[in-house]
Write a protein that binds this ligand. Structure first.
Ligand SMILES: [Zn+2]
Length: 85
């Protein structure tokens, strides 16, 4: 008996891949996601990167708006982490 391999086309990279390369998604017809695991991972990475960039920007903006508070925090940080005997 030969195994029948059904390929599913990933909507992101356009490659035909076996079902094992797709994550499950019960709401879809075939129970699998439209994008393959690799593309899925790449997307997740992008999302994380974008999110990180926005967070960094927000922090920088806040620091610009609150220079006194930044000074205070830095002082606190130093006091907490550098202990001289
Ligand atoms: Zn793909």
């Amino acid at each position: 008996m030969s195994e029948i391999i059904i390929l599913k086309k990933c909507t992101t990279c356009g490659e035909g891949k076996t079902h094992g390369n797709f994550r499950r998604q019960s709401k879809n017809k075939d129970g699998l996601k439209y994008t393959c695991k690799i593309c899925d991972n790449n997307k997740a990475k992008d999302r994380y990167k974008n999110k990180k960039d926005t967070i960094v920007l927000k922090v920088k903006e806040w620091q610009l708006l609150n220079p006194e508070k930044v000074k205070m925090y830095k002082k606190k940080y130093r006091n907490k982490h550098i202990r001289r005997s």
